[in-house]
Design a protein around this ligand. Structure first.
Ligand SMILES: [Zn+2]
Length: 296
């Protein structure tokens, strides 16, 4: 068997969740709480996971995903509350949906300003739909020839410590650079969920990309480990939700072991994209890998 990335789907985590049928098969939607939905793009290689968090007054969608489907219309199927988009950071698999939202919150940072001002052109967005990366049928209305992210308007610039108050539901903004420089995590202390963005997921995590920084990545993980008394679950931006909180410590220890030279299970390679060509090392750990610049 040749082996496709999607052969491992469905991931086991989803068998425990309540699936919700919607009019948009591009997204697989799961209800985690009455007020919390997981929106999963399982048809595309990055397996982006977005979350809809619904308060008494308004709702937010955490991350925009690839933008191949109509996330805004899906949200309107799931809630009648006013809503806006909150980006954990601005990589292509998170901002694709921005073109469908006119109320967007993003980390107040040079990388964030640049992303909003420029969007992302066809070449960089094409990486998402390159051959072998999509197995589901494209939804009606999606044209791969015209796939790019136009500049977008940020209506709310987020700073560390801001509270996103949805009415009876609060998300605390944690500035967590390292994977990118415009990265935030969101903490719901009451419900004990940490929305990790790309700081933790069960897959190939990185600190090497442009605007990434391994020392900052370590510091951000350390901060999240220190906050561990306040969450039970890691709500990751890729692959699967509801990861055990202990994994945050595993990521911190992995990042430190790489820095200190005590991690030894790695492969060297090059990572090539439109805007970079870098020598990297991919270190394998039990439930994730961590790829860093070589040398650090
Ligand atoms: Zn990312």
């Amino acid at each position: 068997m040749s082996g496709n990335w999607w052969d491992i789907l469905p991931r086991e985590a989803y068998s425990k969740l309540e699936k919700v049928e919607t009019s948009q098969p591009w997204y697989s939607v799961y209800k985690i709480q009455d007020w919390l939905y997981c929106i999963y793009e399982d048809g595309q290689y990055d397996e982006a996971v977005m979350y809809l968090v619904i308060g008494e007054k308004e709702a937010v969608v955490i991350d925009g995903g690839t933008g191949i489907g109509r996330l805004d219309m899906l949200v309107e199927e799931l809630t009648d509350k006013p809503y806006y988009l909150v980006l954990t950071h601005t990589h292509n698999d998170h901002i694709g949906g921005c073109k469908h939202f006119n109320d967007i919150a993003l980390c107040d940072s040079p990388q964030g300003w640049e992303s909003a001002a420029k969007g992302l052109g066809k070449e960089k967005m094409y990486e998402i739909i390159q051959p072998g990366y999509v197995w589901k049928d494209y939804p009606e209305g999606f044209n791969p020839e015209k796939y790019y992210t136009p500049p977008y308007t940020v209506t709310r610039w987020l700073k560390d410590g801001d509270i996103i108050d949805l009415g009876g539901r609060k998300l605390e903004v944690l500035y967590t650079p390292g994977h990118s420089n415009d990265h935030v995590c969101l903490l719901d202390r009451e419900a004990r969920y940490l929305f990790t963005g790309d700081i933790y997921y069960t897959g190939g995590v990185t600190s090497y990309l442009p605007w990434g920084n391994h020392d900052q990545f370590i510091d951000s993980c350390r901060r999240l480990v220190d906050l561990a008394p306040h969450y039970d679950w890691l709500m990751s931006a890729h692959n699967e939700p509801n990861v055990e909180m202990e994994q945050m410590k595993a990521m911190y220890e992995a990042a430190v072991a790489i820095k200190e030279g005590t991690a030894t299970d790695y492969k060297e390679s090059r990572s090539v994209s439109v805007n970079y060509d870098l020598k990297v090392r991919r270190y394998q750990f039990e439930r994730f890998s961590l790829t860093v610049r070589d040398p650090l």
